[in-house]
Design a protein around this ligand. Sequence first.
Ligand SMILES: Nc1nc2c(ncn2[C@@H]2O[C@H](COP(=O)(O)OP(=O)(O)OP(=O)(O)O)[C@@H](O)[C@H]2O)c(=O)[nH]1
Ligand SMILES: [Mg+2]
Ligand SMILES: [Zn+2]
Length: 328
Amino acid sequence: MNKECTGRIIYAGNGHYRISYKEKEYKAVLAGSYPGAIPVVGDNVKFDTTEDELAVIRGYEPRCSVLERKRPDTKTEIQTMAANVTHLFIVMGMDENFSERRLERFLVLAASGNITPVVVLTKSDLNQSQDVAIFQFRAEESAKGVKVIPYSAVYNEGLEDVKKLINEESIICLVGVSGAGKSTLFNKLTGDEKQKTSFVRDYDGKGRHTTSASVMIKLECGGWIIDTPGLREVGLTGDEEAVEFTFGEIKELSSECFFNNCTHMHEPGCAVKEAVENGKIKEDRYASYLRMIAETRSLEKRKGESKKREGRKFQKMVKEAYKYKKRF
Ligand SMILES: Nc1nc2c(ncn2[C@@H]2O[C@H](COP(=O)(O)OP(=O)(O)OP(=O)(O)O)[C@@H](O)[C@H]2O)c(=O)[nH]1
Ligand SMILES: [Mg+2]
Ligand SMILES: [Zn+2]
């Protein structure tokens, strides 16, 4: 096949790629002239093949959505994890793994990337039904308007509700901490034991992660599903609007604050603070909102500073080159 085709990236790691095209898979590399951002799983790319069936990626199609987070251990770098995802399945165990604060972070990433979030609460079989109801209520309070599905891999409870959300247009991406049950759900939905699962968990951040690279495969219905390694850190990308969207009830109340530019921290006549005081908004959620706004703004500031630094470096380089040119 020499003519250019459009296929989907199903694996990306260390400069190696795999492309799915018409029921076939190709090993792939980037062309030297490849323009634009480095492809990630879910990307649609233009490629042709060499005689020994190696695909050469030459271009890309615009992305409909993008899953990004701040790269851990860096100050401003953004990591793109997947493209064209339609549904972000936020997988969370109904155990010590459960965290509304982490859930809110994933919701911000979904809002920022134009992805529909769904919360899958796993391990319902390990809980009494009233505890499942409490976990579900807590998740719904943090993820307002988002579908929350209690699920058990042991009894397949909730599996039909999960399947109902998936059709041939879907690209599902499973995210969550290590041990949440992402690969177990992935195997269930693909009807295969492709992904290794393990009891080893990572609550203290030191343990082993069972899944170590993102894997994307086609579902029987024609949609796609991506399993990802457990995330220790869900760093926000600096999208303040996505935070405001996730904390919709706070945004709504803002219009009733006395000051237009109220920060909801210390101003008099603040409708948000009043709602916290009379219990309409929970203290934890309010604190989480303030933290995320602060984190977002400080990232934007740092991004600005690093851009300025780059600019100064470039100007210095130009000056030096100029001096050098003058000398000869
Ligand atoms: N009882 C019960 N155990 C579950 C359920 N879902 C997953 N598990 C178990 O939880 C453990 C972790 O599941 P995995 O699917 O490997 O978790 P993961 O999210 O893929 O973890 P990483 O790959 O490390 O990110 C395994 O022992 C699973 O059998 C469930 O609904 N009920
Ligand atoms: Mg896994
Ligand atoms: Zn206010």
